[in-house]
Design a protein around this ligand. Structure first.
Ligand SMILES: Cc1cc2nc3c(=O)[nH]c(=O)nc-3n(C[C@H](O)[C@H](O)[C@H](O)COP(=O)(O)OP(=O)(O)OC[C@H]3O[C@@H](n4cnc5c(N)ncnc54)[C@H](O)[C@@H]3O)c2cc1C
Length: 566
């Protein structure tokens, strides 16, 4: 088996991974950096980010206000030291992107424009029309390619993190074009592998969002933190689930039920359609379950009405949304309201990492959506994610660079890499059982949608856990029909299902254990937040019999928990 060595290997080429690579390369031109991605960088999910990136840029706004909005939005589960650090770094990242050429939308006097977003008490979302992520990604990708010491491994699939005595020594990965497996040795690894939303059926996320990196870190011994907290975005387009940005409401869009009422008046009288996402998603589900949803061929829905904004504003600020609504929803928002429903949208949980992006494994760092620094707590505010990817992408790149300069190459055992090759090619690729990967995947997603969705309870979570574990058993009996090694999407699908099955199990087990309601985690049987018992983070550790849960305190610096109303 071929062995490749780089001082730093970054897995993932979304906003977090690319920002990490640039920061590491800026730190030292002497270190060799690899960026490994299962898709071409600009096909990472980050390219889909629409509405904006948060930063304090103007008089009237302040770091304190951004911190407070984030802490309140998190339902007090965010670590406040992380929040305070984060908000101070955001403006620098926006200015860096500006200098690298990001085409921000502008005010009339040429300044970077900012729009309103849910849960933020000041318009602080910097945006490039409704294609913010698209532009940020192209700028970062172009910038990263100007460094002589960054090597790209595009369309390489990483299968495992290799460790020795809790030290990360490298990875195993195969090139998708050839099926050639390699052992990749490194001094430092940065995981920047994105979210796991594809454990759900109705989601705004790309098919690639299967949380691979989270599972790899978990299997290597790092705990996953706060996995019960999954964000449901209020406006997934019906029927495909594609996102209609919160920016549509930031620009003044209304949510309306079948009686023509702006129902948010009842649930968040002050913030209305710009309340945080957990609150609006629950409000929509309540309207639907009490029969005030609109009726359509794809089930009940809520109407997002933009007509009063007028065609010119829609074309200038929300051109992608108009296009998506026409092509995938069959409605022109200039003429008709858009049919929407809540959709799985973000993983607040992830690989547990500290403010320096360090995980519990030496030499292993994590950044972006796959990580959990406890910035978002129980509910993330819109536009804080791309900002997090920039801020902590940069932190992880610098920290990994420091670490790589201070350490020598570890040994990566050839035998262990060969065992992994056997597991993939003699095991999964060769499998000839009776179960179809696509059917198991659909079953998993239906279980998660049906029993671990916006409203949860002990009985359904318990059933979901049993059913997910039964799927894990069935997975042992799958068939991968195509045996070719080149571009085998059947094999990739099986590996991704393997990763997501663990994450579905951890999400449900963590949710079942948390007997309270907080942020995006709402339980009918425990409808109140319980700070006495549950003001703490969940840590899920790998064990042969399923996740072992432990807990760790929340860091509170300045804002003790209070009642959360909007
Ligand atoms: C439609 C949509 C709109 C959004 N809009 C906004 C917004 O306006 N503002 C905001 O702040 N947030 C927004 N978000 C959230 C935000 O975009 C994401 O949380 C963020 O971009 C995640 O970036 P990332 O770098 O962590 O990972 P990603 O961009 O998801 O990239 C993951 C990378 O990991 C690689 N990878 C994964 N597994 C493997 C493997 N096994 N082997 C090799 N490589 C692997 C992939 O190839 C990819 O390069 C939006 C999300 C969606 C879905």
């Amino acid at each position: 088996m071929e062995k490749i060595s780089h001082d730093i290997i970054i897995v993932g080429a979304g906003i977090a991974g690319l920002r990490a690579a640039i920061a590491a390369a800026d730190f030292s031109s002497k270190i060799g950096i690899a960026v490994v991605s299962k898709v071409y960088p600009v096909r990472s999910h980050s390219v889909c980010a629409q509405g904006g990136t948060a930063a304090v840029l103007r008089d009237g706004d302040s770091y304190d206000l951004h911190s407070w909005d984030t802490v309140k939005g998190s339902d007090f589960l965010a670590d406040q030291n992380v929040v305070e650090f984060f908000v101070k770094q955001c403006p620098e990242e926006i200015i860096a992107l500006e200098h690298w050429g990001c085409p921000w939308s502008r005010t009339e006097d040429g300044k970077i424009n900012q729009r309103r977003f849910g849960g933020h008490s000041f318009p602080r979302a910097c945006f490039a029309a409704d294609m913010t992520g698209f532009h940020e990604m192209h700028i970062l990708d172009a910038k990263a390619r100007t460094y002589g010491n960054i090597t790209f491994y595009d369309e390489w699939f990483v299968t495992s993190i290799q460790t020795v005595d809790n030290l990360a020594v490298g990875l195993t990965a195969f090139q998708m074009k050839t099926g050639k497996m390699c052992a990749m040795r490194s001094k430092a690894i940065v995981m920047a592998t994105g979210g796991h939303e594809r454990i759900y059926e109705f989601t705004t996320f790309s098919h690639t969002a299967t949380g691979d990196g989270m599972t790899m870190a978990y299997r290597a011994g790092a705990p996953l933190k706060d996995m019960e907290f999954v964000q449901f975005h209020p406006t997934g387009l019906v029927p495909p689930g594609v996102l209609i940005t919160e920016g549509a409401r930031g620009e003044g869009g209304h949510l309306v039920n079948s009686k023509g009422e702006r129902f948010m008046e009842k649930y968040a009288p002050e913030k209305m359609e710009l309340a945080p996402r957990d609150i609006i998603a629950r409000a929509e589900m309540t309207e639907i379950s009490e029969d005030r949803g609109l009726k359509g061929q794809y089930g009940p829905y809520i109407a997002l009405d933009l007509r009063h904004l007028g065609e010119d504003k829609i074309n200038e600020r929300l051109p992608l949304i108009r296009d998506v609504a026409i092509k995938l929803g069959g409605v022109d928002p200039v003429e008709e309201p858009i049919p929407i429903r809540p959709a799985a949208h973000y993983s607040m949980g992830g690989i547990s990492a500290n403010i320096h992006s360090e995980t519990s494994i030496a030499g292993l760092f994590a950044a972006g959506e796959c990580s959990c620094m406890s910035l978002h707590g129980a509910n993330r505010l819109g536009t804080n994610s791309t900002a997090e990817c920039l801020v902590f992408g940069a932190v992880s790149g610098r920290e990994a660079a420091k670490y790589a300069l201070a350490n020598s190459f570890p040994e990566l055992s050839k035998e262990r890499a060969l065992t992994e090759e056997k597991r993939i090619f003699d095991g999964i690729l060769a499998s000839n059982g009776d179960e179809r990967v696509a059917s198991l995947r659909n079953e998993m997603r239906q279980i998660m949608n049906g029993k671990a969705w916006i409203f949860r309870d002990g009985h359904h979570l318990q059933t979901a856990l049993k059913e997910i574990r039964a799927l894990r058993k069935k997975f042992e009996n799958i068939a991968v029909e195509d045996k070719d090694k080149q571009y085998n999407t059947g094999l990739i699908g099986a590996l991704q299902l393997d990763f997501t099955l663990d994450l579905a199990e951890i999400t449900v087990a963590s949710a079942l254990a948390r007997t309270e309601s907080r942020g995006a985690h709402y339980r009918f049987d425990y409808p109140k937040r319980d700070d006495k018992e549950w003001l703490k983070h969940t840590l899920a550790y790998y064990s042969k019999d399923g996740p072992r849960l432990e807990y760790t305190p929340v860091t509170i610096t300045r804002w003790p928990p209070t009642e959360r109303t909007y």
